[in-house]
Design a protein around this ligand. Structure first.
Ligand code: ABU
Length: 373
């Protein structure tokens, strides 16, 4: 790979400009997410049942890979270059000076760990032990871009200890009233003593980056992002969705589709004072329709909400990929003037993501714009 004059090999300033190169995740070697201080996975519809550990079945991996490969083929048919993660043994336990964990997770959702901010790749700290080394399946790609084009930046966030003391372990037991009270103080399962963030808690709007405070991103993480990115010309905005009691990753909550238009989760409105940034600048928020599946109908091992329905991937300001069964959403987007492409993706849900989560955009057209002057 060699750099060409013009657009750098790594270039993405927002979530919607025309997509040229993307990484699509893979379910190869995927394991069940272990129980740990930052995560209490539960078998859906079987409260209290033991959550499995170790490798996922070959059949579950094959079903997810079929859909991930289908997405890759669709992208290639639209002239997008598709790259894939390398192999990683997720079944290996981890032992660091601060924690042990029985196995790792998977490389289905690159969006959670990596983000392209302009011409720079940022590797997140991550917030869960099983995901500590999740950057590794992508490092060959990071090196390739970094070696091939001197304009490509690469920033690795400081790794937290993930020791017991980093977490609020009682978070998982809080009764609903306490959850409500603490929610409004933005207290979740990660404490504030170390820098913690998942890349998927960020959303890019040119100069402006939203960062959701959540179970997977704390205030220290947002401070680190502010201090790291603002000297480079970005503006970092912490955002909150006060009705989401288990917030994690912004891309099922607040999804920009093109300049001036956001797909918003009707169950999770943005806090009123944070909304004004959008309304004052003429942005419109459209409400995502009710998903086809209820939370109870989501796959048994899936830890994400029904709102994976709105986890769409933009190919351009006028073309969006949606999950095949989400007809109401497809109709809404078509009414807004989008060309809507569809792929089946239900079997990927078990791995915590849909089309946006399962991708990491490397290169889109466009430069840094100011959408909030
Ligand atoms: N990884 C995205 C999950 C977000 C949600 O459950 O709503």
């Amino acid at each position: 790979m060699t750099a060409t004059a013009g657009i750098p090999l790594v270039n993405a300033w927002n979530e919607w400009d025309t997509l040229r190169e993307v990484v699509v995740g893979s379910a190869d070697g995927a394991c069940f997410e272990p129980t740990e201080p930052g995560n209490r996975p539960q078998v859906r519809r079987h409260k209290g049942a033991q959550f499995p550990t170790g490798r996922k079945s070959a059949e579950a991996v094959a079903r997810a890979n079929e859909e991930l490969n289908g997405l890759a083929r669709l992208l290639e048919s639209r002239a997008v270059t598709v790259r894939r993660p390398g192999p990683h043994d997720f079944s290996r336990p981890l032992r660091t000076p601060h924690f042990d964990v029985e196995n790792q997770y998977c490389a289905v959702c690159p969006r959670d760990v990596l983000i392209t901010l302009g011409n720079e790749i940022v590797e997140a700290t991550m917030s869960r032990r099983a995901r500590y080394f999740e950057y590794e399946p992508y490092r060959h790609l990071v090196y390739e871009y970094w070696e091939a084009d001197p304009r490509v930046g690469w920033t690795v966030a400081p790794k937290p200890t993930m020791s017991d003391a980093m977490y609020r372990q009682d978070f998982w037991e809080w009764p609903i009233e306490e959850r409500h009270r603490r929610m409004h103080a933005s207290e979740f399962c990660v404490g504030q003593t170390e820098v913690v963030f998942d890349a998927a808690d960020m959303s890019r709007f040119g100069r402006d980056i939203l960062v959701q405070e959540s179970m997977t991103t704390n205030r220290a993480g947002i401070r680190w992002l502010k201090r790291t990115l603002e000297p480079k010309g970005f503006r970092v905005h912490p955002v909150h969705f006060p009705l989401d009691y288990f917030p994690s990753h912004i891309d099922c909550t607040f999804v920009p589709l093109r300049p001036g238009l956001i797909l918003a989760n009707p169950d999770r409105p943005i806090s009123q004072d944070e909304l004004s940034m959008f309304t004052d600048n003429g942005w419109e928020l459209i409400q995502a329709p009710e998903p086809v599946l209820t939370n109870d109908e989501m796959p048994p091992y899936c830890q994400s909400s029904k709102w994976l329905s709105m986890n769409v991937l933009s190919l351009s300001p006028s073309t969006v990929i949606c999950e095949e069964q989400e007809k109401s959403l497809q109709d809404l987007l078509a009414d807004q003037g989008f060309e809507v492409l569809t792929v089946p993706f239900r079997n990927v849900f078990e791995y915590g993501g849909s089309l946006h989560c399962a991708t990491w955009d490397i290169r889109r057209d466009g430069t840094r714009e100011d959408y909030f002057p």
